[in-house]
Design a protein around this ligand. Structure first.
Ligand SMILES: NC(=O)C1=CN([C@@H]2O[C@H](COP(=O)(O)OP(=O)(O)OC[C@H]3O[C@@H](n4cnc5c(N)ncnc54)[C@H](OP(=O)(O)O)[C@@H]3O)[C@@H](O)[C@H]2O)C=CC1
Ligand SMILES: O=C(O)CCC(=O)C(=O)O
Length: 428
């Protein structure tokens, strides 16, 4: 006999795929298409090293707190480690490792002479005054000194960090070295050797790649609707780029929620995270939505550009967008990816779409090395050239092998990285 109890739906646990599990599953899928030594793949499943630091922060109130920081180095076979520093309460060793892996693939797909790193501090930046931010960032630069350097590991901004913090970081490192070392960090303000165009670069590249994908599917950008989760360095510039190029950006969000206008928002009128964090959800728009509702809007292009793991097995079947372009790092779990593949919803991956940030960081590092500053126009032109080259390389694999866009981007990158490992040797 079937009892009421046995027929009731078992409560489903939310999907709990970790960022490292996602990153490894993505690597293994791509590796299956290539003839790469198993030893190299096994090596690339792990970071080279992870450095953990305890950072004393003297609060304005006079009390001292000990915060935890990490710097994960994934691979440097093609050049110095490169990747951002994140200030966020959810930072963990595991997350830094996954993010460092994505940096390796990102630099590979862009053909940049860098490897992958990522770091962060477990802290809510909204709880820090400006003087606390400065003390914390200077101390981080001192703590990380043994593992960073302009030819060794070059940090940059990520979630919760900004150009001013990069200037403090550069100053603290330079004071320890006894000489000005602008090339220790990228994403600085132009006054201290930062590149014009770095701040908007990751969002701009998301816009450039989304435009190419729209063109690839034969859509008209002026008939394309877009929803963007997150309105910071990546989300705001991506939304504004697409808005300026004729798309209708109908929804954007911050941590507290989303705003929606079916006729299209004026994205230049909405204040972004850098201008004033948390202002999006307070904007006077026709409708307010939750972040979860934004992800399920019936739009042409969905751009998750805030945190990781937002598209999971739990909501992938409810996503109504016709295409996803990843602005954030790791917004899609591998199980959600499988659902999208089955539903024939293309997912243009983070390692290609948001790679404009590290690409302009590379330009900044070149400018620092040569002590020359490039014009904004030159940065924009060279970024566009690099993004189109990467897009063409990925599209070639996508069409030749009949794989997903993510697999295609990984294949481009992994080929280059495996070839470098092979050439440097030590593989049986
Ligand atoms: N900065 C860079 O150079 C690059 C960043 N990335 C990636 O892009 C993503 C965003 O980074 P970035 O734009 O720099 O970050 P920012 O700190 O500049 O902005 C983050 C935005 O996301 C919102 N947000 C934060 N938490 C949540 C949440 N739980 N749900 C919804 N929205 C949220 C913030 O809202 P609020 O304003 O309320 O805080 C803010 O609008 C990250 O995954 C990062 O790794 C990728 C390439 C380069
Ligand atoms: O500019 C950089 O070096 C890295 C930016 C970054 O952290 C990222 O692309 O995720």
């Amino acid at each position: 006999m079937v009892t009421a109890e046995s027929t009731s739906e078992p409560e489903r646990e939310p999907e709990a795929e970790s960022a490292v599990e996602t990153a490894r599953a993505q690597l293994e899928r791509a590796a299956a298409h290539l003839d790469v030594d198993d030893g190299i793949i096994e090596r690339l499943r792990h970071p080279d090293s992870v450095y953990q630091v305890a950072i004393p922060l003297k609060r304005d109130s006079g009390t001292t707190e000990i915060l935890t920081g990490y710097r994960a180095h994934h691979d440097d076979v093609r050049g110095p480690y490169k990747g951002g520093i994140r200030y966020h309460p959810d930072v963990s060793e595991e997350e830094c490792v996954a993010l460092s892996m994505w940096m390796t693939w990102k630099c590979g797909v862009m053909n940049l002479p860098f490897g992958g790193a990522k770091g962060g501090i477990v802290v809510d930046p909204k709880d820090l005054s400006e003087t606390e931010e400065e003390r914390l960032t200077r101390r981080l630069a001192e703590e990380l000194r043994p593992v960073i350097g302009p030819m060794k590991d070059i940090p940059a901004p990520d979630m919760g960090t900004n150009p001013q913090m990069m200037a403090w970081f550069m100053d603290a490192y330079s004071m320890q070295e006894g000489e000005t070392q602008p090339g220790i960090v990228t994403g600085k303000p132009p006054a201290v050797g930062g590149s014009e165009g770095r701040e908007e670069a990751p969002g701009r590249s998301v816009g450039i790649i989304a435009e190419k994908a729209i063109e690839h599917y034969g859509w008209d950008i002026t008939d394309t609707t877009v929803a963007v989760q997150g309105f910071g360095s990546v989300g705001a510039y991506a939304a504004r780029y697409l808005d300026d190029h004729g798309a209708s950006v109908v929804a954007v969000s911050d941590v507290d929620g989303a705003i929606y206008d079916p006729d299209g928002l004026d994205t230049n009128d909405v204040e972004d995270h850098d201008a004033r964090p948390g202002m999006v959800s307070g904007y006077d728009a026709p409708e307010q939505l939750t972040n979860a509702e934004l992800l399920e809007l019936d739009v042409d292009v969905l751009i998750p550009a805030a945190i990781g793991n937002v598209l999971t097995a739990d909501n992938a079947n409810d996503v109504q967008a016709d295409m996803i372009v990843e602005g954030a790092n790791g917004p899609t779990t591998s199980r959600a990816d499988s659902v999208f593949e089955q539903r024939e919803i293309p997912v243009v991956p983070d390692i290609l779409a948001n790679a404009g940030g590290v690409t302009v960081s590379y330009f900044e590092w070149l400018q620092n090395t040569n002590r020359r500053a490039w014009s904004l126009e030159r940065v924009h032109d060279e970024l566009e050239t690099e993004m189109l080259q990467a897009w063409n390389a990925v599209r070639t694999e996508y069409e030749a092998r009949d794989v997903t866009w993510r697999d295609a981007a990984y294949i481009v990158s992994l080929k280059r990285i495996a070839e470098a490992h092979d050439a440097r040797g030590l593989w049986p």
